[in-house]
Design a protein around this ligand. Structure first.
Ligand SMILES: [Zn+2]
Length: 132
């Protein structure tokens, strides 16, 4: 395995490993630009869809900070209890929002399938032949 010979924007040498038949790594080889763009687009979509996950991670941090505050005496138990309940409400919103979004996506997919069946009804009388 040989190192990639591309130079990074900051002037440093790329630390990637050159792919077979090239002296450049996957990130720098122009032959893979199309794949890379597609992967980046996919990543972007997944990032959008994954937003509730980020929200949940943020809430988890707040729960932990809150728990630490209460246990260390920095936050009173009553304040901690109320804040915990409110955070729980926020968590329920994120979770319900995610469930609703999933359901909407499923309904849309079912409707698309049904529309497809109505346009191609030959499956209904078996064998795939149209009867006159
Ligand atoms: Zn490289």
């Amino acid at each position: 395995m040989s190192p990639c010979c591309a130079v990074r924007a900051d002037g440093g040498r790329c630390r990637g490993v050159a792919i077979d038949g090239s002296d450049l790594c996957y990130q720098h080889d122009p032959a893979h630009e199309h794949d890379r763009r597609r992967a980046a687009r996919k990543g972007g979509k997944r990032g959008g869809r994954g937003r509730p996950t980020a929200e949940l991670a943020r809430l988890k941090d707040r729960f932990e900070t809150l728990a630490y505050g209460v246990l260390s005496g920095k936050i009173g138990r009553a304040d901690g209890a109320v804040a915990g309940q409110l955070l729980n409400g926020a968590r329920a919103c994120v979770r319900d929002g995610l469930a609703a979004k999933e359901q909407e996506e499923l309904v849309a997919r079912l409707e698309a399938l049904e529309a497809g069946l109505e346009q191609h009804p030959q499956g209904r009388n078996g064998g795939g032949y149209v009867s006159f």
